[in-house]
Design a protein around this ligand. Structure first.
Ligand code: G3P
Ligand code: MG
Length: 245
């Protein structure tokens, strides 16, 4: 049994419309042992799973999520842009994904998309939903907004946090300690084997993103990462099985 978490990035987003229930279900079917998703907040304070700040790219409606009430977000078609067979897929609310994962042991990485807009109250709502679902031990909260991650940790020390970053963060294990973070969600080119070892010595794990090239997957597995975020959980599952990890 592998100990490396196979995170389906926005669900099985290579073969399904990203961040839909179809994508999350398919990810699990394809061998994912974790799901990565993005959360934004509607004008009436609901947590919805969508990558962009706007509805435009991945639904048949337009406008900012922050300016749109939940009822209207739920009326959007989030599937047909990807393929007609997905017509009718909706933008899910966070609780739907928590419900899907209730009866298994998979890990959920909730990425708070509060970089462009701060979404006051988002941290409290996400934490309340995770606690309500009894999933605190199976969730990793991540964000490019590290103020938000520090705040999450102050609200919920029992829930793991992972700092998202790109290239060249100097001694990320030292920086992570200032946030009391648990994981490094690094752009995958920012990961070297010696970094993984140093991070482990500081009690931190690496979950690099977004890794779609099998050769990069192999490199990272050999480097000792604890999880990989990929659009192709099927490819990663085969590699993990072949490597026996
Ligand atoms: O959480 C990893 C990855 O999802 C971060 O980037 O833009 O795909 O949300 P993005
Ligand atoms: Mg994301």
């Amino acid at each position: 049994m592998t100990t490396i978490i196979n995170f389906a990035h926005r669900g099985a987003s290579a073969v399904c419309p990203e961040n839909t229930m179809a994508a999350f279900r398919r990810g699990l079917e394809l061998g994912a042992t974790g799901i990565e998703t993005d959360v934004q907040m509607t004008s009436d304070g609901a947590l919805v799973l969508i990558h962009d700040e706007q509805l435009n790219r991945t639904t048949d409606k337009t406008g900012y999520i922050k300016d749109t009430p939940l009822k209207e977000v739920l009326e959007a078609d989030a599937g047909s842009w990807f393929g007609t067979e997905f017509t009718g897929e909706r933008v899910p609310v966070l609780e739907e994904l928590l419900e899907l994962l209730q009866d298994n042991s998979n890990i959920l990485n909730i990425e708070l998309k509060n970089g462009m807009f701060l979404y006051p109250g988002m941290e409290e709502k996400v934490i309340a939903a995770v606690r309500e679902a009894g999933m605190s031990e199976r969730v990793v909260l991540s964000s490019f907004n590290h103020y938000s991650l520090a705040y999450c940790k102050s609200l919920a020390p029992e829930i793991r946090t992972g700092i998202l970053y790109g290239e060249g963060l100097y001694r990320p294990w030292d920086y992570a300690a200032t946030l009391q973070a648990d994981a490094l969600h690094a752009y995958h080119f920012a990961v070297l084997p010696e970094f993984v070892a140093e991070a482990a010595a500081h009690g931190l794990v690496y979950h690099p993103f977004t890794v779609n090239d099998p050769e990069r997957m192999k490199y990272l597995i050999t480097s000792g990462v604890s999880g990989i975020i990929t659009d192709y959980p099927d490819v990663l599952a085969l590699l993990l099985a072949a490597e026996g990890v």
